[in-house]
Design a protein around this ligand. Sequence first.
Ligand SMILES: Cc1cc2nc3c(=O)[nH]c(=O)nc-3n(C[C@H](O)[C@H](O)[C@H](O)COP(=O)(O)OP(=O)(O)OC[C@H]3O[C@@H](n4cnc5c(N)ncnc54)[C@H](O)[C@@H]3O)c2cc1C
Length: 471
Amino acid sequence: MSDTAIVWFRRDLRLDDNPALSAALHSGARILPVYIHAPAEEAPWAPGAASRWWLHHSLTALDAALRARGTRLWIGQGESLAQLRRLAKHSGARAIYWNRLYDPATRTRDTEIKQQLRAAGLDCASHNGALLFEPWEAATGSGGPYKVFSAFWRHCAPRLTDLPAACTTPAQIPGAEVEGGDTVDALGLLPRIRWDQGLAEAWTPGEQGARMAAEQFLADRLSDYGELRDHPDRPATSRLSPHLHFGEIGPRRLLALTRAALPTSPDTGEDAFVRELGWREFAHHLLYHFPHTPEHPLDARFADYPWREPPHDELLERWQQGRTGIPLVDAGMRELWHTGWMHNRVRMVVASFLTKNLRLPWQLGARWFWDTLVDADLASNTLGWQWTAGCGADAAPYFRVFNPVRQGERFDPSGTYVRRWCPELARLPDKVLQQPWTVSNGLARGHYPAPMVDLAQSRREALAGWEEIKS
Ligand SMILES: Cc1cc2nc3c(=O)[nH]c(=O)nc-3n(C[C@H](O)[C@H](O)[C@H](O)COP(=O)(O)OP(=O)(O)OC[C@H]3O[C@@H](n4cnc5c(N)ncnc54)[C@H](O)[C@@H]3O)c2cc1C
């Protein structure tokens, strides 16, 4: 009888291009696919409500894919180490394979688990299934981490051609059976009060949904991506971020599909879409080297920034609910609440509004995104918030305060995006849509609120705060 190997699935919820699964199969062992729900081990960044919704559906899809290949997903809850030990004992497994995660809490946990399991005589092998490059592979001339994206990407882009090929989906998986295990439902990931209808309309979680989204994007939208990617009024981007976060499609597979879709483009990584995947790599590079950044600014001067004095609750709530009175900000916040996603350009605008016009600490915004985004990702969220607040690596200079009116006029010129999410403004003409407070006839604005701050005045206050700390 052949050996048994546990494949411990985490945020690599796919069978294609899954290096841990592939290595386990290669060993000739029977496979015990396992998922352990242990949110406490990810504290203080346990998955938020929108991520849990996604996870429920993604696990369901993974289980179905495994069943179609002759096995199933064994699901457990509670302490990961104890569960893995118990499973190894019951199944007689001698080896455990997984793909690496890079956020501080899971890194610490995984190191501990590896030590303990090895001490107990088990083989443990971890692989890179989440990134094109390991976060420690890129180093500056002096051996330190990169803090500027362009330099980081200059280092990485020429190496894209040397990456190992993505491994393929196994046709069959010789499964090892172990009694017990929970159902996905038993994890209680879905909300008790069903607010998730908008999410269900917008997304198809799981590996098949990821592949379909990638293929559709590459066939229909890749060629215009560079030109249109900043326009929230156009469906121009891939919307692959949640699929990438949960590992339903691997970045190497996505890169290979992109190359195949653009066969004539030189393989330099200059292509606009591959460059965005580069930002995802950069985010992980930063989080790996600066693990304090989900809570603390990378630029230490910002620890003394004069944020608005509490209480913040009322201001924060109006921002969260999309009732700021600034159309592009409100459209973005409502899109987020309804679909669990927001366009990148609008993420920058709403983050700038919160941190600069309202002068609320960026950590409050990052937390709200964490709970509401289906693609909530500690590396990318931290980078995005610190970049916009001006306190991160390669950040937007602090004095660049996004003007939501100008941004709306430029990137949503005919108001399609604002009208979709703020229907009470639908009848305003284009030229005032982004600043409805300039309309003398208040009735035309319906119940839409007046702006909660004066954009010019609040911008000056934000810049004054920067003057206080900049030296
Ligand atoms: C304040 C703020 C918070 C953010 N929080 C997150 C987050 O929690 N999770 C997340 O995945 N992205 C986050 N982003 C980055 C970006 O907004 C999303 O990755 C992007 O909007 C996802 O849409 P898409 O898949 O259509 O992107 P596309 O334009 O199609 O890009 C393809 C992929 O590249 C990656 N990517 C693109 N832009 C970035 C970027 N700026 N930083 C890192 N990766 C990028 C994503 O994985 C994305 O799926 C944040 C940005 C900001 C400004």
